[in-house]
Structure formats: C-alpha cells, structure tokens
Design a protein around this ligand. Sequence first.
Ligand code: PLP
Length: 359
Amino acid sequence: RAYNFNAGPAALPLEVLERAQAEFVDYQGTGMSIMEMSHRGAVYEGVHNEASSRLLNLLGNPEGYKVLFLQGGASTQFAMAPMNFLTEGKTAGYVKSGSWASKAIKEAKLIGNTFIAASSEENKYMSMPDVSNLVLPENTAYLHLTSNETIEGTQFHEFPDTGNIPLIADMSSDILCRPFDLTKFGLVYAGAQKNLGPSGVTVVLAREELLQNSPSHIPTVLRYDTHAENNSLYNTPPSFAIYMVNQVLKWIEEQGSLDGIEKKNREKANLLYNAIDESSGFFRGCVDATSRSTMNVTFRLGSEELEKQFIKESEKEGFVGLKGHRSVGGLRASIYNAVPYESIKALVDFMSQFQKSHG
Ligand code: PLP
C-alpha cells in the first residue's frame, strides 16, 4: 500500500477496505451487493440506522440530537445552513479562519446579512482567531466556525460558548479525530471523505429543534426538516458511502473509540512536528505552534525548487499527496485517523535522509 497523505479523498483503514471487499459481491448471504439493494428494504435500512446510532454513540448519545446523511458535500452545507437559518431580520456570525471559512462566508452572503465575529486574516491565517470573548448581537442566527482549516493546517483546540445562539461547525477535516462535546453545537457538518469514509455522503449532526420548521420558500431537498422527517431517506441516499461510513465507525470503536483515536493522533502529529522542529530550520512549520492541526501538517523547505525536489523524490519512494494545496504551495501531510503511525515514521525517516543529501 502507498504511504497515502492525501488531503481528501483520503486514506481509509485497510481493515475497512478488506471487510468491504469480502462482502462486496454478496452482502451477508443476500446474493446482492449492498449497493444493489433498495434503500427502502430492511437490509439497507439496518445499515443506515446502525451508522446513525454508532455515530451518536461515539459522541456519548447526547439527548435531542439527530444524524442526517446528505449529499452535495460540505460545500452544499455552506449554502444550506444560511438558507435554513438566516431569516429576515437576522444576521449570521462567521469566524474567518482561512480558505474554507472564507468559502462558507461567500455563500452565506448570497443569502443574507453576515458579520465577521473573529478573523485571523491579518495573520495570513497562520493561526486560529481568538474566539474566547466574542460579542454576538442579539439577532445573531448562528455562529459558524471551521474547526480545522485543511489548506492552512490550523485547528481549534477549544470551542467558544455561544449560549443560546447556535454554534455551527464545519468539521469536514477533523470530525472524530478526538472526543468533543456535541451539546456545545447546534449543528455540525462534515464531508465524509477525510475521517469518515468515501466521498459522496455528508454527515450532519444537529439539535432536533434546528431540524424543524425550515422556511417555507426553501426547495424541498435543501430543507433540513425534509431530511429529518424522512430519516435521510427522502430521496435515494448514497447507500454504499453510508455503508462504508458504518464500517469506519465500527473501526473507530475498535481503536478504543474517540479517546483511543485521539491518543494515536497525538502520537502521530508529535512525531511529525518534532521532526520538523528538530531539523535546525531545514524544514519549517507554516503555522503558529498554538494553532497546529493534528490532521493537516503544513511545512516548507528553504526554496520552491527544493520543495519540488522533495515531492519528486518522495513520490519515487511511494509517498503520495505531500504537495501543499495549489493556493498556498509548500508541503502538506494529511494524517487523518486512518493514516497509520508507520506511514508517518516512514515519512520522518525519508525527511531525515532528504536533509542529509540536500542540507
Ligand atoms: N470544508 C473543509 C474544512 C474542507 O476541508 C473541505 C474539502 O476539502 C470542504 C469544506 C469542501 O468539502 P466538499 O468537497 O465535500 O464540498
């Protein structure tokens, strides 16, 4: 297997792929693949409901929360959240932390009034904004933040308390990388293709009361209440992707649930950040140490030529996906839940070799 550091779609646990392979053609003696089954049948619905309850279970089964499985990626949630919540006379607060937060803001502005509650733009998004003392007007419909900026490589390590104002989080690139208190949030969404499974399904976790009474003018398929009332079976769901999410959730349980996953992620991130910090400046971490992401590690070399050489040589050694996002350049290793410690160990060894031959 390749050493896969892709930002997304990203590595999946080998065990999950092998289990899916074993039942790919004949799902548990039914004579059909799960993807060939009706989404209205008992077998598929069993998988669908299991995925939903596993997810809530991993988060401690907080009362009054529901899971939705939607399509259109996190990008559709950038629009759907304001369409459903940013009604006349209200304004929506946004934490402007980087590339993905900016995309969410752009969509919300198309729908209604917004304001920037906190921003790290002045620091070129090399840190997460301070969200400890936010002032939110009374007519704030919600506060939106991006828990992990996939492109810049920054991550929130604490979340603000927004009281009665719903906190909405785009957790696409770090959901289930650690335990978190879902009750602090009104709604959380994530494209599955980093920590949850393959692309094609978007997971939404929300307080039930926010999934009722969407404004009447919103098209049926873009209303949260439609999907909540129909157990995410209003229209044909991405059934195979949801089946895979269920398998990934089962795998997370086997890793010691979110506490176990967090411990492994810490060890992985420490290994890589230490290698960067101990390279006497040959490798340089891009972002402020306090905002470093445990999922997307961004770093640079002394020149773009050297970075190109690094990519070229790394690819020859079986490393995939180490090039930084085209908008920021540099290097990035995405070390999501499914990336094994051994891959990071191999990367750190390669970095050390590269420094010896080019330093
Ligand atoms: N938000 C974040 C933090 C992301 O990392 C991404 C994708 O990389 C997106 C949103 C967009 O997700 P999608 O491609 O599922 O629309």
